[in-house]
Design a binder for this molecule. Structure first.
Ligand code: NAD
Length: 508
C-alpha cells in the first residue's frame, strides 16, 4: 500500500493492529488464558469515524465469578513470592510494554481519539509505572518499629487479597497501569474491568503481562458494561478492595454496591479544577499552561484546568491572547502527528459536551471561540475547541465537569475572591496557581480545597507524590507508598519485654 503522509502511514500500521484484535470478539482473559465467556458481546466503535472496531465479550456474573475465583486461587502463591522475584517480573512487564509502546499508542489513538503526540508518551508512562512500583515491591511489607517502655510494637504490611480495578476510558492504558502495577507489586491479585468505550489496550496489557511471565490468575481482565460486569465485581465476596477511577456518581454507586461485603474503596473521581492567574504572574508561561491543561488530551482529563480564574486587572488582555491561541489549535485525526485535539471518545459524549454550549448560551455566557461540533470533520466525534467567557460562578458551565476541550473563564478581584471562587464547587481534585508572590502562593496552597496544588506549573507528575482528590473528587491517594497503604493491611505486633505487671484477676 502507498503510504504518502505520516498520517496515512500511521493509519495503515494501526489498521493492521486493529484487524488482528478484531479477528474474533475480544475475549476476557481469565486464569492465564483467553476466555470467550457466554457469547454475549457489545460493539466497540472508533471515535475517528464511528465505524466498528470489533465485537467485545460482554461479561456478567458468571465471568466475573470465574475471574474472582482465579484471582483468589492465585493469591497465596503471589503473596508469598519473594519481593525481589516480583520486582524482576514487573520489570519484565515494563520491558515488554516499552517494546510494544508504539503499537499500544496507535491502538489507543484509534480506540479513544487521543492524539498520538500524547499517547506515545502515555504508553511509556505505563512502563514507568511498572518500573517504579517494581522497585518498591521488596520493601512493600516493611513497617515501623514503635518501642514503648515495656513492649516493642512493630508493624507489618500484608497484601489485602484479590482486588478489583475499574478504569475509565480516558488514557485507559496509562491509568490501568497506575492502578494495577502497585496492586501487583504489593502482592495482590487483580480482576480488571476496563471501560467499555476503550477496551483494546487493556487486552494488550494483560497479554503482554502473561507473555512476560506473570503467573495465571494474578491479573484477570473481564470486559463488559459497568452496571453488569463492573457491578458484579464490586459485589463479589472474594474481592477485598476496589480501586476505581471514573465519575463521582459511579463512585457513589460502587460504595453502595460494595457495602454488604464491606469493601475497602479507593476513588479517583471527577474534577472542575481551577487555574488562578494573578496579575504578577509570568503571563507567558501561565498562558502556555492554561492552554495545555485544558486542550491537551481533548480536555478528557480528570486534572484538566477547566475553570480559568483571571485577575480583573489583566482579564481582557490575557483573554485576548488566549482566544488567539485557542483559534490556532489543530483539530484532526489522532494519528496525524500535527493534531493537537482529536475526536471525543463517543458520539454520546460529543452530544453531552455540545449540550453544554447550549447551556452556556442560555445562561447568558459568551461563547468566544468554538461552541459547536466540527464543521469539517463530520465523520467522527470532533468538536471545536471552545472558550467561554463572561461566566458567573453559579452557572452549570462553571460548576459541572464537561470533560472536553472547553474552558470557562471568570474574572476575580483579589486573593479572597479567587479563593472563594476556586473552592465554590463540589469537586476538589487539582488547583493551579500562577503568581510571583511567594507568601500568596503558600497561603492559597494551604487554603485551596484540592488534593493537589501546582504553583507556577502545569500538571507535573512525580510518582512518589500523593495523587487524589478531596470532596466529590475522590477518596484516598495513589502514588508511592500511598498506593501500598490502600492495597495492604497494616498489622501491629506488640511484644512484651517480660517486665511489665500483667493484671491479676481471681487471686484475692
Ligand atoms: P464512568 O464512571 O462512567 O466509568 C468508569 C468505569 O466504571 C467504567 O469501566 C464503567 O464500565 C464502570 N462502571 C460504570 N458503572 C458501574 C457500576 N455501577 N459499578 C461498577 N462499575 C461501573 O467514568 P468514565 O466516563 O469512563 O470516565 C470519565 C470520568 O473519570 C470523569 O469524571 C473523570 O474526571 C474521571 N477520572 C478521574 C480521574 C482521577 O484520577 N480523579 C482520572 C481519570 C478519570
Amino acid at each position: 500500500m502507498q503510504t504518502s503522509t505520516p498520517l496515512a502511514s500511521n493509519e495503515h500500521e494501526a489498521r493492521q493492529l486493529l484487524a488482528r484484535l478484531a479477528a474474533s470478539p475480544l475475549p476476557h482473559f481469565i486464569n492465564g488464558i483467553a476466555h470467550a465467556g457466554s457469547g454475549a458481546t457489545f460493539t466497540n466503535v472508533s471515535p475517528v469515524d464511528n465505524t466498528a472496531l470489533g465485537e467485545v465479550a460482554s461479561g456478567g456474573d458468571a465471568e466475573v465469578d470465574l475471574a474472582c475465583q482465579a484471582a483468589a486461587a492465585a493469591f497465596p502463591a503471589w503473596r508469598d513470592m519473594p519481593g525481589d522475584r516480583r520486582r524482576a517480573l514487573l520489570h519484565r512487564i515494563a520491558d515488554a510494554i516499552e517494546a510494544r509502546a508504539r503499537d499500544i499508542a496507535l491502538v489507543e489513538c484509534m480506540d479513544t481519539g487521543q492524539a498520538l503526540r500524547f499517547m506515545s508518551k502515555a504508553a511509556l508512562r505505563g512502563a514507568e509505572n511498572f518500573r517504579f512500583f517494581a522497585d518498591r515491591a521488596p520493601a512493600a511489607r516493611d513497617g515501623l518499629s514503635l518501642p514503648a517502655d515495656e513492649h516493642l510494637n512493630y508493624t507489618l504490611r500484608q497484601p489485602i487479597g484479590p482486588v478489583g480495578v475499574i478504569t475509565p476510558w480516558n488514557t485507559p492504558f496509562m491509568l490501568s497501569t497506575w492502578k494495577i502495577a502497585p496492586a501487583l507489586a504489593a502482592g495482590c491479585t487483580v480482576v480488571h474491568k476496563p471501560a467499555e468505550w476503550s477496551p483494546l489496550t487493556a487486552q494488550m496489557l494483560v497479554e503482554i503481562a502473561h507473555e512476560a511471565g506473570l503467573p495465571p490468575g494474578v491479573l484477570n481482565t473481564v470486559h463488559g458494561i459497568g452496571e453488569q460486569a463492573g457491578k458484579a465485581l464490586t459485589m463479589h465476596p472474594a474481592i477485598k478492595a476496589v480501586a476505581f477511577v471514573g465519575e463521582s456518581a459511579t463512585g457513589s454507586a460502587i460504595m453502595a454496591q460494595g457495602a454488604p461485603t464491606l469493601k475497602r474503596v479507593h476513588f479517583e473521581l471527577g474534577g472542575k479544577n481551577p487555574v488562578i492567574v494573578f496579575d504578577d504572574a509570568d503571563l507567558d508561561r501561565a498562558l502556555d499552561a492554561v492552554v495545555f491543561m485544558i486542550y491537551s488530551l481533548n480536555g478528557e482529563r480528570c486534572t484538566s484546568s477547566s475553570r480559568l480564574l483571571v485577575q480583573a486587572s489583566i482579564h481582557d488582555a490575557f483573554v485576548a491572547r488566549l482566544e488567539a491561541r485557542v483559534r490556532q489549535l489543530k483539530v484532526g485525526h489522532p494519528l496525524d502527528p500535527a493534531t493537537e485535539i482529536g475526536p471525543l471518545i463517543h458520539s454520546r459524549h460529543l452530544a453531552k459536551v455540545c449540550g453544554y454550549f447550549d447551556v452556556a448560551r442560555r445562561e447568558g455566557a459568551t461563547v468566544a471561540v468554538g461552541g459547536r461540533s466540527s464543521r469539517t470533520l463530520t465523520q467522527g466525534n470532533y468538536v471545536e475547541p471552545t472558550l467561554i467567557t463572561g461566566a458567573a460562578a453559579s452557572m452549570a458551565i462553571a460548576q459541572e465537569e464537561i470533560f472536553g476541550p472547553v474552558l470557562t473563564v471568570m474574572p476575580f478581584v483579589d486573593e479572597a475572591d479567587a479563593l472563594a471562587r476556586a473552592n465554590g464547587v463540589a469537586y476538589g481534585l487539582a488547583a493551579y496557581l500562577w503568581t510571583a508572590d511567594v507568601g500568596r502562593s503558600l497561603r492559597l496552597a494551604r487554603d485551596l480545597d484540592a488534593g493537589m496544588v501546582w504553583v507556577n506549573s502545569e500538571n507535573n507528575r512525580h510518582l512518589p507524590s500523593p495523587f487524589g482528590g478531596m470532596k466529590a473528587s475522590g477518596i484516598g491517594r495513589d502514588g508511592g507508598d500511598y498506593s501500598f497503604d490502600f492495597y495492604m493491611e497494616t498489622k501491629n505486633v506488640c511484644v512484651a519485654l517480660g517486665t511489665h505487671a500483667v493484671p491479676k484477676l481471681g487471686t484475692a
